[in-house]
Design a protein around this ligand. Structure first.
Ligand SMILES: C[S@@+](CC[C@H](N)C(=O)[O-])C[C@H]1O[C@@H](n2cnc3c(N)ncnc32)[C@H](O)[C@@H]1O
Length: 257
């Protein structure tokens, strides 16, 4: 049932019933998870849990981190949850977008790069056919060609490669971004020992459950991530991104001037 508000001005009904933020998010969550039923029980439950509990997805919408019609490159995209969310936004933006949120990032185009073939297969099976036409590439981010784009999203991925390789990826990301492009990079703050250790443990368990080998990881304190991005020419804004979790995660919103 709708708990949405009616926008009124001088007694005139201006907008149809628009949902509140919680209701809109529930609808988006349902729509973004639905395609994963076709990709098997694991894919479906993983989508529901990750999109529901990880604050980063709703947070990006509430802050307006993603512009409309952007070419989005999602590095380490897993089973393509962001692609599914963006496709759901295309539908929801037509009249079911909360008035309190920034404009919907509708009309985006999406490319995901993922190392693990199994995840690419799940992504293709679930969302490969959607009208938004997401594209998935099975490749190593350290050597994959990065297409020209407006926004690069890297959520919890860079710690899988060593420091030199991290800088190499970020340099190529900077070069792939068009002027005024944006990088949304989520990292753990290695200076926060407990939070960082907690995220590493959960990461290991989830990696095993997803059927992958557990690799060594390479963290940095937050100030080092920030300094590296600044050295590459980004203007960086850090947003705490651990609400409701024991982790020390930060979303670095890094813009090219
Ligand atoms: C913790 S998961 C995050 C998935 C997704 N970004 C999300 O937030 O739902 C990290 C992903 O990065 C992928 N990955 C790790 N190393 C990679 C590499 N060298 N190139 C591309 N993807 C990589 C993993 O296979 C995994 O799917």
């Amino acid at each position: 049932m709708s708990s949405g508000r009616i926008s009124q001005h001088a007694g005139t009904r201006l907008a149809p019933d628009t949902p509140g933020a919680d209701e809109a998010w529930r609808e988006l969550h349902r729509a973004a998870c639905a395609p994963y039923r076709a990709a098997g029980r694991f894919a479906w439950h993983f989508a529901r849990g990750k999109l529901g509990r990880d604050p980063v997805f709703r947070g990006m919408l509430e802050r307006g981190d993603l512009p409309a019609r952007a070419r989005v490159l999602d590095i380490g995209c897993g089973q393509g949850l962001l692609a599914s969310l963006l496709a759901a936004i295309d539908v929801q933006a037509r009249g079911r977008w909360p008035v309190g949120w920034p404009a919907a990032p509708a009309g985006t185009s999406y490319t995901g790069i993922e190392l693990m073939q199994r995840d690419v297969v799940r992504a293709q099976a679930a969302v490969g056919h959607l009208p938004s036409g997401p594209r998935f590439v099975c490749a190593d981010m350290c050597s994959a060609e990065l297409p020209a784009c407006d926004v690069v999203v890297i959520l919890d991925v860079l710690h899988y490669v060593d420091h030199e390789a991290q800088e190499g990826v970020l340099t190529r990301v900077r070069d792939a971004l068009l002027p005024h492009g944006r990088l949304l990079l989520r990292v753990g703050d290695a200076a926060s020992r407990r939070g960082f250790a907690a995220s590493q443990w959960v990461d290991r368990i989830v990696t095993m459950v997803r059927g992958h080998r557990v690799p060594p990881t390479f963290g940095r304190p937050l100030h080092e991530w920030t300094a590296l991005l600044q050295k590459l020419g980004f203007v960086v804004n850090g947003v705490p991104m651990s609400r409701g979790t024991p982790f020390a995660n930060v979303l670095l919103v890094a813009d090219l001037p």
